[in-house]
Design a protein around this ligand. Structure first.
Ligand SMILES: Nc1ncnc2c1ncn2[C@@H]1O[C@H](COP(=O)(O)OP(=O)(O)OP(=O)(O)O)[C@@H](O)[C@H]1O
Ligand SMILES: [Mg+2]
Length: 330
C-alpha cells in the first residue's frame, strides 16, 4: 500500500477570473468587449487596471459585480469570488454579495448618488440591505462611516443632500457607502476623475488607509499609470478587451515587455503631473465588431509580423508574476 502524500491546499485567491470572454449584441454587430481575460486578486492586495478609453475596464468591473447589461453575453470563462461561481448565481444572491462582500465606487460620484436623498440616509440604505439594526444604531453607524472618511463635521454632513457637497466630499460619501459593510473587495472605477490634484491624493490615501486597516482588496481602475504606480502592488494593462501585460508595478515600470505598455509609460508624465495624456498614443483601438486578429494591437505596433496576424496568442508568464501577450516583446 502506498503512503498517501498529503498536500497542503493552496490558499484560494479572493477573486479568480479565468478566460472570461464577453460580448454585446448590438444592431450593428457583436462587440467583442472582453477576450480570454484571466487574473486573480489576493486578500489585501491593491491591483490596478490601466488602459485607454474603451479597453474594457468598466465592462470587466461590472461583470465582477454581477451587474451585466442585458445585451451582454458571456461566451466563456469563469469568475469565482470567495469560492462562489459568480456566473451561476441568482440575482438575489448577487445582490446579497454586492455591498456586503464586494462594493464599487463609481466614476462620477454625483450621478451615482441619489440627488433627492440625504447622504446619511443613503449610507443607511446600504447598511439596511445587509443588517437589521435599530434606527438609532443605524444612524450612529452611518455617521461613523462618514467620520472614517475624515469628512469634516460628519453629524451635520449626514443631513446634507449631494448638491450641497463638493465633488471631493461626494466621493467621500461614496467611499463611506462602499466601505460601510467592510467588503472583502472594493472596485474603484476612476475614483479620482474630475477631482483636483490635492483632493485626488486625499481620496486615494483614504482608500489605501481604510483597506490597510480592514485587509480589503482593491481593484483600482484608472487611465493614470502614475496613480497606479503610487498605490498599486500589481497592475494589469488592458488593450481592446485583452490583458496584454500583468506584473508587479515596479517591474512593469522598469521592464515593460509589451510595446503598448511602453507607450503608456512614455505617455505618462511624472508622478507629480496631473493626468496622463493617453490620447498621445498613436492610432486608435480596433473596431471590436469586426474580425479581430490574435493581437489586437497589431495595427498600432511597429514590431508586428505575420504571427501577430495569424497565431493564437495566449497570456503567458515570462517571469514569476509577470505575464505577457506578445510575439515580439521589447
Ligand atoms: N452595453 C453595451 N453595448 C455595446 N457595447 C458596449 C456596452 N458597454 C460597453 N460596450 C463597449 O465595450 C467596450 C469597452 O467599454 P468599457 O466601458 O469597458 O471601456 P473602459 O475601458 O471602461 O473605457 P473608459 O476609460 O472610457 O471608461 C467599448 O468598445 C464599449 O463601446
Ligand atoms: Mg470605464
Amino acid at each position: 500500500m502506498s503512503a498517501a502524500i498529503k498536500l497542503e491546499p493552496k490558499p484560494q485567491p479572493l477573486l479568480e477570473v479565468a478566460g472570461l470572454t464577453l460580448d454585446f449584441r448590438t444592431r450593428t454587430g457583436r462587440v467583442q468587449a472582453l477576450d480570454q481575460v484571466s487574473f486573480s486578486v489576493e486578500p489585501g492586495e491593491i491591483i490596478g487596471i490601466v488602459g485607454e478609453s474603451g479597453s474594457g475596464k468598466s465592462v470587466l468591473a461590472y461583470a465582477i459585480m454581477g451587474l451585466m447589461d442585458p445585451a451582454a453575453n458571456v461566451r466563456g470563462g469563469a469568475l469565482h469570488f470567495i469560492g462562489r461561481d459568480m456566473l451561476d448565481q441568482s440575482d438575489a444572491a448577487l445582490a446579497d454579495t454586492r455591498g456586503r462582500d464586494i462594493s464599487m465606487i463609481f466614476q462620477s460620484p454625483r450621478t451615482a448618488l441619489n440627488p433627492i436623498r440625504k447622504v446619511g440616509l443613503q449610507i443607511e440604505d446600504v447598511l439596511r440591505r445587509h443588517a437589521r439594526l435599530p434606527a438609532r444604531e443605524m444612524k450612529h453607524r452611518a455617521v461613523e462611516a462618514l467620520r472614517r472618511t475624515r469628512i469634516p463635521d460628519p453629524e451635520r454632513r449626514y443631513h446634507a443632500y449631494p448638491f450641497e457637497l463638493s465633488g471631493g466630499l461626494c466621493q467621500r460619501v461614496m467611499i463611506a457607502m462602499a466601505l460601510a459593510c467592510t467588503p472583502k473587495l472594493l472596485i474603484a472605477d476612476e475614483p479620482t476623475t474630475g477631482l483636483d490634484v490635492t483632493t485626488q491624493a486625499v481620496v486615494m490615501d483614504l482608500i489605501r488607509d481604510q483597506v490597510r486597516d480592514a485587509g480589503t482588496s482593491v481593484i483600482l481602475i484608472t487611465h493614470d499609470l502614475a496613480l497606479a504606480g503610487e498605490y498599486c502592488d500589481r497592475v494589469l494593462v488592458m488593450h481592446a478587451g485583452h490583458i496584454v501585460e500583468a506584473a508587479p508595478i515596479a517591474e512593469l515600470l522598469r521592464h515593460p515587455a509589451h510595446p503598448y505598455t511602453a507607450r503608456l509609460i512614455g505617455a505618462t508624465p511624472g508622478a507629480e503631473t496631473e493626468i496622463a495624456d493617453l490620447a498621445a498614443i498613436p492610432g486608435t483601438l480596433p473596431d471590436l465588431r469586426g474580425d479581430l486578429p490574435p493581437c489586437r494591437f497589431l495595427h498600432r505596433c511597429d514590431r508586428s509580423d505575420v504571427r501577430c496576424r495569424t497565431q493564437p496568442l495566449p497570456l503567458t508568464e515570462i517571469r514569476p508574476g509577470h505575464s505577457l501577450r506578445c510575439w515580439n516583446p521589447l
